[in-house]
Design a protein around this ligand. Structure first.
Ligand code: GLN
Length: 521
């Protein structure tokens, strides 16, 4: 079922293989009918993760990037819509002339082709394919069927299956129950897939007798029934799996005995994992103010980025999520070391964010505004410092007389909502002698974007006269990318999404600067 930890299991296995000097990557299959995650509500589905090449992907892609410290492109997130539209397009072009086009073989072939293409194009040693959903769901059936066929085609040493299951502990009887695992393994066998490994999610380590029992019922050897018990941090999971011998077992199953490599990578990773888990001492309190705060996963990359930055200086980060729609007493924000406003869309909750940005400026509290948080910080400044009382974004008030944030002409005629934002990595040019330059130590950065609206250039000189500077831009000065207030302790806004570039051990620079400023008493 969802939320069980398939993404972390996938990333952890990938990490172990990478640490053994294997070239590895991951694919996420999402069996829903949306073409991509771009139009889905982050409160229901979690964050939309943006890739370098402008994919609006499932947030598991972010997990892969962070665990593997490598960029993943959008063709690693396969959805039902992508597969069906490719097959239907081909049918209309006449590519199957004469044939009756069917789920098997046409849809399953398209799925297999997409998987194989990634492995071949990237010359991978291992590709881990994570299939979302629950065994028995109607919508994931064509994908599981395609994966079953792959094992037949590639041979027993070409494909292995890891099934992530649940062993709940019932308080009343105090024992780990194996029935849900037994049933889902049977359901999987019914469609022709025999698991090679079971990654069993449980609160406490799986007891030996539970392992034995699961093994007996599932045709999996006890040593391949893996305990995936709760950990203090997801970064402990690779070690938990390694300690149970998963790597030896994987290499044996693929006929590559003796590949496990004690390379220098392990020390580096252990240090990073250790720092991520053990930075408990000094807490920095951060208020994250936005409208999608009811689900921690809505801003999962921002949360991670804050923690990467904290771990680097040995501090742990305490994040409070504050709903910008219901906030009434802004003085509560005075209790925090720093205030962060992440990306967002639409009118709801925007006034609360504008007031938050203003509060941080007036009280000299470190502020980091990302995308919407950058745009609304400019509006807060326009209203309160430049005396433009009705300053706004045309996204929020189409009729404002002071559209400080507005659409560029090329976005005005866009009618499709899917895939029509400015997406993916673009070059950003930073002005010399700016705080931005100090943060990035360069004048040229490459950052991921996901937005439609822009700072209106007609207001820039007025901003600068009043002490707010735009110190980075893109597309030959067409779009503003960063703002800063030099007289403030730390006040930074970025049009791009720095959170998508942050990795454990390698925090993104603007997060590092924000956390450092927040740590200063
Ligand atoms: N809603 C704003 C825009 O479309 C900001 C988008 C965001 O924060 N990702 O430009």
């Amino acid at each position: 079922m969802s939320g069980l930890g398939k993404g972390v299991t996938t990333s952890s296995i990938a990490k172990l293989l990478q640490l053994s000097d294997q070239k590895v990557s991951c694919i996420k299959i999402d069996p829903y009918l949306n073409y991509d995650a771009g139009t889905m509500n982050p409160v229901a589905h979690g964050e939309v993760f943006v890739t370098e090449d402008g994919g609006e992907c499932d947030m598991d892609i972010g997990n892969y990037e962070r665990f593997l410290n490598q960029n993943i492109s959008k063709n690693h997130n396969i959805t039902t819509a992508q597969v069906y539209s490719a097959v239907i397009d081909a049918e209309r072009k006449g590519e199957y002339l004469g044939a009756c086009v069917q789920i098997i073989p046409h849809i399953t072939d398209e799925i297999k082709n997409r998987i194989r293409k990634v492995a071949e194009d990237e010359k991978l040693d291992f590709l881990i394919v994570e299939c979302g959903g629950t065994v028995g769901d109607i919508e994931s059936l064509p994908f599981l069927e395609a994966l079953r066929q792959m094992k037949v085609e590639e041979g027993p040493q070409g494909v292995i299956f890891v099934h992530v299951t649940l062993a709940p502990s019932l308080d009343v009887v105090g024992e780990q129950k194996t029935k849900p695992t037994q049933h889902s393994v049977q359901e999987l066998r019914r469609i022709g897939i025999q698991a090679d490994f079971l990654a069993v999610r449980c609160t406490m380590p799986l007891e030996e007798k539970t392992k034995q029992k699961i093994a007996m019922f599932t045709n999996v050897t006890p040593r391949d029934v893996l305990s995936c018990h709760d950990a203090k941090s997801i970064f402990e999971v690779p070690q938990i799996l390694y300690d149970q011998g998963i790597l030896d077992s994987i290499f044996t199953k693929f006929g590559k005995v003796g590949l496990v490599n004690a390379s220098a990578n392990w020390d580096k990773w252990n240090k990073i994992a250790h720092d991520m888990v053990n930075s408990d001492h000094d807490k920095i309190k951060i208020a994250m103010v936005g409208k999608y705060v009811t689900l921690a996963d809505s801003y999962v990359s921002v949360n991670h980025a804050l923690k990467h930055a904290g771990a680097k200086i040995g501090k742990s980060i305490d994040i409070d999520w504050i709903d910008s729609e219901s906030i009434t007493d802004y003085n509560q924000l005075g209790n925090y070391d720093g205030i962060l406003v992440p990306g967002g869309f639409g009118t709801r909750g925007s006034e609360g964010i504008i007031q938050t940005a203003n509060y941080a400026r007036e009280k000299n509290i470190p502020y980091l505004g990302i995308c919407f948080g950058f745009q609304l910080a400019a509006i807060a400044f326009g209203r309160n410092v430049m005396n433009l009382g009705d300053a706004n974004s045309t996204e929020i008030d189409a009729k404002t007389k002071n559209p400080i944030v507005d659409l560029l002409p090329e976005q005005k005629d866009v009618s499709d909502m899917g895939g029509s934002l400015r997406l993916g990595a673009n070059e950003v040019i930073i002005k010399s002698n700016s705080i931005a330059e100090k943060i990035y130590q360069t004048n040229k950065i490459n950052k991921r974007h996901r937005h439609r609206y822009e700072i209106n250039k007609n207001y820039i000189s007025e901003f600068e006269k009043n002490g707010l500077l735009f110190t980075a831009d893109s597309d030959n000065g067409k779009r503003m990318e960063m703002l800063e207030i030099p007289s403030h302790k730390f006040y930074l806004g970025v049009q791009f999404h720095p959170e998508f570039n942050s990795r454990p051990g390698f925090p993104e620079e603007s997060f590092s600067a924000f956390i450092k400023a927040s740590a200063e008493k």
